[in-house]
Design a protein around this ligand. Sequence first.
Ligand code: ADP
Ligand code: ZN
Ligand code: ZN
Length: 720
Amino acid sequence: MTHWLQVAVQTPAHSGVAGPLTYRSELPLAAGTLVRVPLGTREVLGIVWEGADQASPGWTEATTRMISGSLEGVAPLSAAWRRLVEFSAGYYQRALGEVALAALPPQLRDLNAVQLARRLKTRARKAEASSAAPQAPSPGSEITPESIALTDQQTLALSQFHSQTGPFLLFGATGSGKTEVYLHAVAELLARDAAAQALVMVPEINLTPQLEARFRARFCALYGEDAVVSLHSGMTNPQRLKSWLAAHSGIARIVLGTRMAVFASMPGLKLIVVDEEHDPSYKQQEGARYSARDLAVYRGRLDGAKVLLGSATPSLESWHHSRPATADEPGGRYVRLAMPGRVGDGGFPKVRRVDMNHQPMKTVFSPPLLDAIRQRIARGEQSMVFLNRRGYAPVLHCADCGWKSECPHCSAFRVFHKIDRTLRCHHCGFTERVPRACPACGNIDIAPLGRGTERLEEHLAELLAGETRPDGTPVRIVRIDADTTKLKGALEAQLAQVHSGEVDVLVGTQMIAKGHDFRRITLVAAINPDGALFSSDFRAPERLFSLLMQSAGRAGRDAGFVAAQQSASEMWIQTFHPKHPLFEALKQHDYPAFAGRELREREVAGMPPFSFQALVRAEARTQEVAQTFLNAASAAAHTELASQPDMDAVLQRVTLYGAVPMSVQRVANVERAQMLIESDSRVALQRFLAAWQDVLRQTRAAPEHKGLIRWAVDVDPLAI
Ligand code: ADP
Ligand code: ZN
Ligand code: ZN
């Protein structure tokens, strides 16, 4: 008998095929089953989306193809998982098959049924072998082997977490013990429910090893070595498949991962933790541009799992969603849990602002900051100095003729890297040796303008030459940024140096500001943070504030260590705007004051979270082609859609702005333009975007737009 199946397969973006394709099968297959199907001349992986016993009109044996086979041994993906994928595809305006297949480990796509069966058999044998070892919690063993006594704030947060349904925003200062709260929430869940699984997400791959170690130490003795798995893009394909299968089969009780892990198949999912929920890395920046944080909240509802977002500086969206009720207005949808104090009553670092208006021109390290660093070195304490720009200098410049090191392929300057004497474009990667003389006029005196971390490190080494540590050995400075950590294992090695106390001063980009649990740092300095105060990106202050709070959080984490030293921990800010309210709030460690002010401004200006946005981006050989396409699609929206039922009302609530060049308008010889779409209603924006897809495709197909290379929609964009 013939069974008809709707199968999700990876179809090219904008092919117009948004939904699953129809195939035939001799056997009935449950929805969620993984299958291999012919597509064009290839055989590809697909997911049975729905089965149908009866053929719809138009399905005939002549017009549909037979599936090639199913992947036996892998249980069907759950209905909740499929709903999550459907929602993501719809919300972020991508094809269902694209999102569904991208959510699976790459190797699953490449293995045929026989290879996969072999993989599964090896797994099963191993699982059997390890289950023979004693693994079940022995009677009397504690849920938390370390048995840390919780602080009052942790206890309160956990009891609120247990007694309510959430979603929760854990607003906990850096060092307040948020991770401990996650560990307890997970421990309690796993102990209560033998089939339950927890998903714990962190923003960066760098942060997973540290977290994994903590979770392994806590849970592997109780639930076995396979109980904790990681899932992130830094893993090899076989590792990813292994973790995915462990999660999918329910053997893994805890999955730790980066944003991609939000799509992990977890049949027993009961808890989702999103640590550092404000972090921009949760937003995917290509393909389906999803927000893993937002999807986590949605997924929680689908799976009936509790969702716990945590941050010391929540996104303004989450802060707004967790606002308490007032006399006149109901509160937000999230439950806010607060842990304002640091574990052990360690104080927060004192924030010191250096007014750079009173320093000599071109000062890089102000004398008081330099003094403070010297004192730290003499006492064997560590300092951390950061600057958000890597390389030696952002531009190379000829003072005679005005030549600058522009990238020939981008509207950007190439960055001078002194270590290998190259000029490198950070947008397209174009790299050349530094010219001996000005390419335009031959002047041999070309000089770096501005500074990046490489130059900062060099300069600091000169300033600190001759300083010695308590044991009389010379001062040691190390730099950590994307350039020094390119090699595998380099970052770990450098971090280990910091932890072991070998290093006195750590110079780096924001990479060092996030998450790391450094114990001996008592001074953190932001060398030049002013840029973000007056940026055209309305989210820049929010990012700066959280970066500075996070960085301050690196100092004085170990109250015992600090108490034993003479110096209090400090956060130094060198700025030309010391009275700026952002720095005032930072000085008070007052995130709520900062957030309240920003939210009031956004409300007045009609910005998110009080409005909803999407961007359409277009790329073409010329700026004109890109902009013309966007403006044509915008004009067509009104002419084409107005006649559709209810669209009038939708169109009235949606504003389409004119096309403009992107801030870096040319990258690798491709011109880029964008158009902002805004609405006061998320539903209206969604309805508009869904209907507009066809218009965009039709516009693209018109002969006058054939110069267009590609276009894409970004819903809830983070940078505008
Ligand atoms: P956060 O994630 O909020 O910055 P962590 O969870 O990393 O903070 O905790 C900071 C430090 O305090 C860690 O070293 C952690 O082991 C320790 N810690 C957390 N909770 C407790 C507690 N209840 N008692 C003692 N130490 C704790
Ligand atoms: Zn010149
Ligand atoms: Zn370039």
